[in-house]
Design a protein around this ligand. Structure first.
Ligand code: GRG
Length: 311
């Protein structure tokens, strides 16, 4: 059985999977960084483009674009077809982080190891930098996607819109804000928040990769279930890391959930049970990839990475 720990390079399980995840991540991160750097140039009014680039190019794992590229390749597409959507996903993710860090929301000073956007540019410009990134993400998919039939491009735009709006990130964030200060948040509400705030964009990352490659409806359903499972696992691990990791590892303030007495998976289940639940979700996600055979190795390795990561 391939598990999170033994995926490490040179472990017997890593050899069994015959997939070098660290090398893969390094190569894909570099590809995404280069594409993001090229995607936005600084023109007049310089300040807004600088603010957009400040957060977009501040690092991060680039998990959403990497998932999109990997899914597109697994279902018969290629990097060229999916790179604009991959960049758009990172623009959307980055804008959500900028707005999430604002004083009116989570009020954080650090993100990705750097001062948050509003700390550098002020609240007004940070709001606009988020808006600029969000609008540009859709423009970028529409204008830069090549070798994909227009109906598929339209489907991608529609999926992205749904993942971002009230049916996705925005809806999850609103319920999260409503639950602030409450200690009796039921599991169903916690799941609603994170299925929308976190899993929806991870699901769009995977499913859009499949749509661009013209995956079949059955394949898209499997991809949707895979990504919903890794999405929730990702959030459980995020809650665990808020307790167990340092600010240096996370690049943002650690221990925030406990300090704010926020209801999280570890606060409901405890640390050990939370780790077990995340592992079970990853196993369920990986089971959805069985029919994709050898081509599924990157997505399998990425699923296990979600529980083994330390930031
Ligand atoms: C989307 C229109 C619109 C508004 C934003 C603020 C907001 C509404 C939603 C909050 C979304 C949010 C911040 C969810 C948390 C998701 C999460 C676990 C982020 C951390 O992702 P990582 O670990 O970060 O992939 P890096 O820095 O590695 O990219």
């Amino acid at each position: 059985m391939v598990t999170a720990d033994n995926l490490r390079k040179n472990s017997p399980e890593s050899k069994k999977l015959e997939f070098d995840l660290p090398a893969y991540l390094k190569e894909r991160q570099k590809l995404v960084e280069t594409a993001l750097d090229k995607s936005i140039e600084i023109v007049y009014p310089d300040k807004i483009y600088q603010a957009m680039r400040y957060s977009l190019l501040a690092g991060g794992k680039r998990l959403r674009p990497i998932l999109c590229l990997a899914t597109c390749e697994m279902t018969g597409g290629n990097i060229e077809m999916s790179l604009p959507t991959a960049c758009a996903l990172e623009m959307i993710h980055t804008m959500s982080l900028i707005h999430d860090d604002l004083p009116a929301m989570d009020n954080d000073d650090y993100r990705r190891g750097k001062l948050t956007n509003h700390k550098v540019y002020g609240d007004d410009v940070a709001i606009l930098a988020g808006d600029g990134l969000l609008a540009y993400a859709f423009e970028y998919v529409a204008t830069h996607t090549q070798n994909v039939p227009p109906p598929q491009v339209l489907q991608v735009i529609s999926r992205l819109g749904r993942a971002v709006g009230a049916a996705g990130l925005v809806g999850g964030q609103v319920v999260d804000l409503e639950m602030e200060g409450k200690t009796d948040v039921p599991l169903e509400t916690l799941n609603f928040i994170h299925n929308h705030k976190t899993a929806a964009l991870l699901e769009a990352s995977v499913v859009c990769g499949g749509i661009l490659a013209s995956a079949s409806p059955e394949q898209l359903q499997r991809l949707s279930r895979y990504s919903q499972n890794i999405g929730l696992a990702f959030q459980i691990v995020d809650d665990i890391l808020d307790i167990t990791a340092t600010q240096e590892q996370l690049g943002k303030t650690a221990g925030k959930d406990q300090k704010a007495q926020k209801v999280t998976y570890p606060s409901l289940w405890g640390l050990e049970e939370s780790k077990k639940q995340a592992q079970l979700l990853v196993e369920a996600a990986v089971a959805e990839l069985e029919t994709f055979g050898e081509q599924a190795k990157p997505l399998i390795a990425l699923a296990y990475f979600i529980t083994s990561r330390n930031n």
